[in-house]
Design a protein around this ligand. Structure first.
Ligand SMILES: [Zn+2]
Length: 76
């Protein structure tokens, strides 16, 4: 499941959104659809290591999510 980080252009709120199909992300704070996708450390790492999301070579903590580890991204 691709999880991306977004930055709201309207209020500046940053949030994560699980993208399913053509789902249009909107701000979790003000519901604005004017959001900018940020680079997600989790999705980048999962692509770089062939789908494995529990890579430990780059560090144990995930900078791309608030869960603290990439293992938490799937349930966020
Ligand atoms: Zn907003």
């Amino acid at each position: 499941m691709p999880i991306f980080e977004y930055h709201c252009d309207k209020c500046g709120h940053e949030f994560e959104c699980l993208i399913v199909g053509s789902h249009q992300p909107e701000c979790a704070s003000c519901s604005s659809k004017k959001v900018t996708r940020l680079m997600s450390a989790c999705s980048y790492k999962s692509k770089g290591s062939g789908g494995e999301t529990t890579g430990s070579s780059a560090g144990s903590s995930c900078s791309g999510c608030t869960a603290g580890s990439c293992a938490g991204c799937g349930t966020a």
